[in-house]
Every structure is written in C-alpha cells, then in structure tokens.
Design a protein around this ligand. Structure first.
Ligand code: FCB
Length: 452
C-alpha cells in the first residue's frame, strides 16, 4: 500500500476558456481564442468555447460536485478579458465580481482555491498591437496580475503566473494549431521570452499584494528518449529536449538559455546575433526571480529520432480507437517517465517544491443505461501516475501536490469537445453533469491518502 504524506495536496484543475462560456457577458472583452474559434477550419467540428460547460452560470453546482467528492483544492484560471477587457484599459468590476463569487463559494465548501493568471486567452486588443511578440504586453500582464492579486489576495494564497509557456509560444506562433495561429519560429521565440519575462516581473507584484503568498509557474514537460543508440538519434533527442524542456526550465531556474540551443536556433535562422536579440540586460535575472514552487504538467513521453527534433505530433491520431497503452489523445501512457523527470528537475535544478499541476487522461466512456460512467481506463491511468509520484517521493524528490486534469469534460482547444478529460461527464448539448466512477475513486484516494 502506498501512503501520501499528510501535507501532500490533492486537487483538480480546469481553465477559464475551456469551461466558463459566457464569452461576451458582463463586459467581457474578446480574447484571441474567441477570435480563433471563428476562423473556418481551425477547430474540429467548428466547436467553440462560447458556452463550453457554462461554468460561468453553473459554478455553484460544480463546486458542490467537488465538495461532495471530498476534493480539497481546485486550480482555476482567471480570464484576463473579464478583468481588463481590451488588455490595457479600464477594469471591469463585473469580471472581478465573478471570481469573487467563485472563490467565496469554494471557501464556503472548504475547498482551497489555486489561481492561474494566464491560460492562453490573451485579450484580442493586445494581439492587435502585436500580442506577446510586443514587449509592451509584459507590462500589461503585470498590471493585470496586480489587479487580480489585489482583488483576491485576501482569500487566495496560491498563485501561478502562466500555464505552459511552451504551448502558448510554439503551438500558437510556430505550429499554428492554437491561437493566434501564426507559423513563425522567430516570433515564437520572442513570444516565449516575453511570457517568461512577464512571469518573473509579476512575481514581486503578486507578493506585495498577498500576505503569506505561495507563487510559481507551470511548465509543461515532454520527457523523451532517443529512438535508437545511433548518434543521430541521440543528437535529435538532445535538441528536442532543449526545444521542449530546457529552453524553459533553464532560465526559470537561473541558468539562462541553454547555450547549445542558442547556437542551434541561430543556425536554424531564427536570428543572426550571438545572443538572442530579444534578451535585454536584466531580463534573465527577472525570469529567475525566486518562486515558492514549480508546477509541472505531465501527460506523455516521446521517443525521438533524427528528423523529428521539433516533432510534437504523436504518430497515433487522436480519436476513440486509440490502441491499448494510449489515451484518446493518441498519447502513449508512460508513468515511469514522470518519475524520472521529477528526479531530473530535482537533481538538475535543485527544485525544492514540485507540484504536478496537471495530469489526466482522455477517454470518451459515456453513461451506461443505469446512468453510470465506468471509466476504468482513467482510473488505471491516474493510479499509475500517482504511483509514479509516490516513487519520486520515495526517491527523495520534494513533490508536494497533484492536480487531476480535469474536473469536467471540457473544450479541448483545436480538438473541440471530441476529447473528454473530466472526472465529471458533461452533456455538451444540455449542460447536464454526471460524476464518473473516477471521481468517487479519487475521493477515496484523497480520504485515505493512500493507493491500493
Ligand atoms: C494541457 C493544457 C490543458 C489541457 C490539457 C489536456 O496542455 O494545459 O488546458 O488542454 O493539456
């Protein structure tokens, strides 16, 4: 039997655009996702987050579901466009009032709120002025972080600045699958830098607004291994790791950008200068501003061969017929890679407090005739990954929390509603919620602090 320490935090997570809906209510401004979903061909089946799970109106029901299951912590994200609709102008009090109500509802049910400020939904008004490629967006974010942490800081202690800057930068500006849909490698690098800079610059601001604050950033990770022992595959894997992991972990932990990648990106034609042109004096120090923890999102690991140095696409296409050993995202299930990645960030970076801020599985099991959802494969996935976390803790890695993605089936970006990550099933036509077997299983793990 595996037991988790008393102070270990179990929770669930979701993000604003994926669940809230109410895309243009109560003064909310347009975000780059509101714009992107309206471009033909961008989203599977033409789905949008206009209504999503209608959490904006149904949040009391969602909080009650979490409370009934015994979930002690909920990681939510705030929509910048509800707070400062065009990114830089006046503050919208009705937007703040929504998060006030949500936080109060959580606290009234004994659930600790964790707030992430940015989960990809940049105000379109800022995108019109260059978005994250424009350095001025950094200051606009710091102001938003100031407004938000000032408004909620009396009740919310746990803050995360950004979710997955790699995805925002590269899926949004190089691969073009995500908003704003650009395909420019040099721009993606500039965007990545400004995201990291905005993170570092906002940490002191949040700290000054929140007593006993607990602040971090969420980095997504893709552990990888060379496809074979051939030198070309080893080199490809090293590049992939630099592209996907080290370019973000290194500067956040004060090591600056990795030299091999700075050189590789110059050779790739991203810039001609010795150092990346977007880095200004003081930036790297700001990015490395000490935080209280590092958040890590983990789903899968990859095997990388020559020619696939920047290949993020799994060979297995997303869909309900995923072969055994894969989720319906087409992602291979590799829990041991989580253990080794956690050991690595402890060893390489000296991380002293690591939290799994997202981990979960997409499986589309729906209600049986008795109205039950027997999502055995999700339970197996979560079980195996919690074991992987426990193994890391046993090996001396300071992992202090684990959040399941996600509480609700929701809008999965370019794949629309075709993927279901929830512990709670949502009928997207009616909004009806139905807890899955995995929710009560997870509640049992939390109550006993043990597996098995
Ligand atoms: C992560 C995102 C989250 C969700 C999961 C499946 O990369 O942060 O919004 O899409 O993947």
């Amino acid at each position: 039997m595996i037991r988790f320490p008393e102070e270990f935090v179990f929770g669930v997570a979701a993000s604003a655009y994926q669940i809230e809906g109410a895309w243009n209510e109560d003064g909310k401004g347009e975000s780059i996702w509101d714009r992107f979903v309206r471009e033909p061909g961008r989203i599977l089946n033409g789905d949008t987050g206009d209504v999503a799970c209608d959490h904006y109106h149904r949040y009391p029901e969602d909080v009650a579901v979490m409370a009934d299951a015994g979930i002690p912590a909920y990681s939510l994200t705030t929509a910048w466009t509800r707070i400062i609709p065009d990114g830089t102008g006046a503050v919208e009090p009705r937007g703040i009032a929504f998060y006030d109500r949500l936080v109060d509802e959580l606290l009234a049910h004994g659930i600790t709120p964790y707030v992430t400020l940015y989960h990809w939904d940049l105000p379109q008004g800022l995108q019109d002025r260059g978005g994250w490629a424009n350095r001025e967006t950094v200051a606009a974010f710091v102001r938003y972080a100031d407004v938000m942490s000032d408004a909620l800081g009396d009740r919310v202690k746990h803050w995360k600045t950004f979710n997955e800057p790699w995805v925002a930068a590269f899926a949004g500006h190089y691969f073009g699958d995500f908003a704003p849909g650009h395909t420019d490698f040099a721009e993606a690098l500039t965007v990545a830098h400004h995201l990291l800079l905005a993170h570092g610059r906002s940490v002191p601001t949040i700290r000054s607004n929140v007593a006993e604050s607990d602040i971090g950033i969420i980095l997504d990770c893709r552990p990888s291994a060379p496809a074979t022992a051939a030198p070309a595959d080893i080199a490809a894997n090293r590049y992939f790791d630099g592209f996907r992991n080290r370019w973000f972990f290194d500067p956040v932990f004060g090591k600056g950008y990795p030299r091999d990648m700075v050189d590789a990106y110059r050779e790739r034609g991203a810039y001609e200068t010795d150092e990346p042109p977007f880095v200004r004096p003081g930036d790297l120090e700001a990015i490395a501003t000490p935080c209280d923890f590092i958040g890590v999102n983990y789903y899968t690991a990859l095997s990388i061969g020559a020619g696939h140095e920047e290949d993020e696409k799994p060979e297995i296409k997303p869909g309900p017929n995923a072969p055994d050993g894969h989720t319906e995202m087409g992602w291979e299930i590799v829990p041991t890679a989580l253990t080794s990645f956690l050991k690595r960030i402890h060893d390489d970076y000296g991380a002293t407090d690591i939290r799994i801020t997202e981990n979960g599985a997409s499986f589309s099991d729906g209600p049986t005739t008795e109205g039950r959802i027997r999502d055995r494969r999700r339970i197996e996935y979560l079980w195996a990954h919690l074991e992987a976390v426990a193994d890391a803790i046993d090996a001396g890695v300071p992992v202090t929390g684990y959040f399941v993605w996600s509480i609700l089936d929701n809008f999965e970006w370019d794949l629309g509603y075709s993927q279901r990550f929830g512990l709670v099933w949502v009928d997207h036509a009616t909004g009806q919620r139905l807890p899955k077997d995995s929710l009560s299983w997870y509640g049992g793990v939390i109550a006993s602090r043990s597996l098995g």
